[in-house]
Every structure is written in structure tokens, then in C-alpha cells.
Design a protein around this ligand. Structure first.
Ligand code: ADP
Ligand code: MG
Length: 350
């Protein structure tokens, strides 16, 4: 073996650290959209508009009417591990999408990011590109926040090369917006492709006075279609400290692939093997093996009963008691299916 000079251990600088983190948080344009829309939801927005161009590669702009960021806090919002959402000590008690304080600095490390925002005071803006932050400047904005991300990955050409076609990236962005829209039926969402002849998807906010189930049904109808809405059974059941709500389609309205299974834990869209397995098990006796159920299911529980800090993108979760959650889904759905006349031929222990 080659004898090396004694290696030096050095602290990485902030720009390098942010770029490394960005590799995990921002896989593709859709991940940037997810982070920015989640921030808008966390800010209490009632209307969120997402504008994209060229599959999100050249432009992602998220506009919200939420609480805004004070001018003096703008540099902090772009600093690593700075968040207004937890007090630092309480990682077990998370009520917001965000808490890691990583999204904005990561996006600022891999694209040209401008934040314009207004609280009660005057509007202000800040820009960061390639990790270098501008001074805070006065700006014009009536309310809320506009986050504009241009030229994503221009500083990391390797990542840029791995992006798919604009069409595929657009599809991934649409999926992200749809999933978040399903979880927030009282928020109005618009997605517009400013490079593609102004193609636009709009989900109107549910009526302020309406109850959650009505709003959810209306939103699922808008996102998943009229046929789903007409073939979906309402689910509302609980076990121990877990509450399961949502809509699950009749076996007669199934799909040839597992592409329309939407699961949420405390309002957060997740892709979780255990939950998907439970959904499958619930329909096992009423669907043939090559058919897949369609459902939008919401599991709610005290935040201390589930760990959302498993992965930077937070799409995986770990329940303290997965058996209870699985049992809740299997028995809740089977019960609803049986009531609708789709009784399983055999009873399988849950
Ligand atoms: P996190 O969401 O984990 O806190 P981010 O990097 O996504 O981290 O955002 C940092 C902080 O910037 C947030 O905690 C919040 O205070 C502020 N912020 C970001 N986006 C918005 C927004 N759209 N409206 C109001 N505040 C925002
Ligand atoms: Mg965030």
C-alpha cells in the first residue's frame, strides 16, 4: 500500500455542506416543489400558486398568502438548520411539514433562489445563488411570500444530466401538488406551466363552513375524478390512539397497477410499505391478484406515536405500534367493504 502523508481533517464550508444536503432533499424539480408548497401550507396559506417552466428546470415559483417572513428574518430563513417550527428540543412533537430547516438553504445551494415576503411590515427580498447570499432589499408585495427558484441544478451539472424529460418532470410535479392538495381540501391550489401554452390545473378551496368530510370528498373528486368519488366508500374508524379516515373505492373500481393509493400520516403524504401492504391485505379476498385498490386514506395520531424523521424527504414514517395501525386499516376497510356488500369469502386474522 502507498504510504500517504498524514491526512488533514478540515471542516467543510457552509456552501459545500448545503450542496451535500441538497443531494438528499432535492432529488428533482418535484422535490423542490414539495418543499416550497409544504412551507406555504405551514405558513397558514389559503391559496397557493405554483408556476413552473420546462419541467421545473428553469423556473419554479410558489406564491402564497400565508404569514410571511419578516425582513430581518430573511437571511435566517436561508441559513442551515434555522426553523420557526420547532423549538429545537422537541423532535418528538411535530405538527408541521417542516422542522429540519434545510429546504431553503439546500435550494439556494443548487439554484438561483429569490424570496420576496411580507409580514405586517414592508415587503423585502433576498437572493441566494451558488450559496452566496445578497443583502435584504425592499420589495413590493401585498401579502404572503413568493419563492422563486431558477435554473435548478445549474451548479451541479451531474444532477442536471439525470433529470428526465420535461414531460416526465411535469408529471412528477403534478403528482406532488395533487397529493398535497388531497391533504388540504380547505386550501386552493393552482399549478400553471408558463412554458407550455399556460397549461393549468386548479383545485378550488372547500367552502369555509363545510365540514371536513364534504371538503375532502369534493377535493378527491377534483383530484381523482368523478368516477372515484362515485365509487368510494367513506372510512371513519379508530383503534387505540389511531384514527383512520378517507375514502376507499369499491373493488369494482380498481386499477391494473398500484398507482392510485394515497396514504397520509398526520396530513403528510407518505409511501410506506407497511401501510400499502395493509391496504392490499384489506382487499385480498375481494380483488383478483392482478387488480389494485384505489384509496385515499388518512391516519391521524398523536405526533409522538410516529417518527417522521426517518429520511430527509420525510416520505417514510415509523410507527411506534405498526401492528395496531395495520389492524386498523385492514379491519376498517373490510368492515366498510362488507357493509357495501363485498364480504370476504374467508376471514383472515388481522
Ligand atoms: P423548515 O420548513 O424545515 O423550517 P425551510 O428551509 O423550508 O425549513 O424554511 C426555513 C424557515 O423559513 C421556516 O421555518 C419558516 O420560518 C420560513 N419560511 C419558509 N417558507 C415560508 C413561507 N412560504 N411563508 C412563511 N415562512 C416561510
Ligand atoms: Mg420547509
Amino acid at each position: 500500500p502507498q504510504i500517504q502523508a498524514r491526512p488533514l481533517i478540515r471542516q467543510l464550508d457552509e456552501a459545500a455542506i448545503n450542496r451535500i444536503a441538497a443531494g438528499e432533499v432535492v432529488e428533482r424539480p418535484a422535490s423542490a416543489v414539495k418543499e416550497l408548497v409544504e412551507n406555504a401550507i405551514d405558513a397558514g396559506a389559503t391559496r397557493i400558486e405554483v408556476a413552473i417552466a420546462d419541467g421545473g428546470k428553469t423556473l419554479i415559483r410558489v406564491t402564497d398568502d400565508g404569514c410571511g417572513i419578516a425582513a430581518e428574518d430573511l437571511p435566517l430563513a436561508l441559513s442551515r438548520h434555522a426553523t420557526s417550527k420547532i423549538d429545537g428540543s422537541d423532535l418528538l412533537n411535530i405538527h408541521s411539514f417542516g422542522f429540519r430547516g434545510e429546504a431553503l438553504p439546500s435550494l439556494g445551494a443548487v439554484g438561483r433562489l429569490t424570496i420576496t415576503s411580507r409580514t405586517e411590515g414592508d415587503a423585502a427580498e433576498i437572493t441566494v445563488a451558488g450559496g452566496a447570499m445578497s443583502a435584504v432589499k425592499p420589495a413590493a408585495l401585498s401579502k404572503g411570500t413568493v419563492v422563486e427558484l431558477r435554473d435548478l441544478f445549474y451548479a451541479t451539472p451531474a444532477r442536471l444530466k439525470f433529470l428526465r424529460t420535461d414531460r416526465a418532470e411535469n408529471q412528477a410535479i403534478t403528482d406532488v401538488v395533487k397529493r398535497l392538495a388531497m391533504a388540504e381540501p380547505f386550501i386552493g391550489f393552482t399549478l400553471v406551466d408558463v412554458s407550455g401554452g399556460d397549461r393549468r390545473v386548479t383545485f378550488r378551496a372547500g367552502a369555509e363552513t363545510g365540514d371536513m368530510f364534504d371538503a375532502l370528498h369534493g377535493r378527491l373528486r377534483a383530484v381523482l375524478g368523478k368516477e372515484f368519488a362515485e365509487n368510494a366508500l367513506p372510512i371513519d374508524t379508530e383503534r387505540d390512539e389511531f384514527h383512520l379516515t378517507g375514502y376507499a373505492a369499491l373493488p369494482t373500481y380498481s386499477r391494473g397497477a398500484a398507482v392510485a393509493q394515497f396514504l397520509f400520516v398526520n396530513g403528510r403524504p407518505v409511501r410506506d410499505k407497511m401501510l400499502l401492504g395493509a391496504l392490499r391485505a384489506a382487499y385480498m379476498d375481494v380483488l383478483s391478484r392482478d387488480r389494485h385498490p384505489v384509496a385515499a386514506l388518512f391516519i391521524d395520531c398523536d405526533p409522538t406515536l410516529v417518527d417522521v424523521n426517518v429520511h430527509p424527504a420525510k416520505s417514510e414514517v415509523r410507527f411506534r405500534d405498526p401492528g395496531t395501525v395495520r389492524g386498523l386499516i385492514v379491519s376498517g376497510l373490510r368492515h366498510a367493504l362488507a357493509e357495501a356488500g363485498h364480504r370476504a369469502s374467508t376471514t383472515v386474522a388481522t
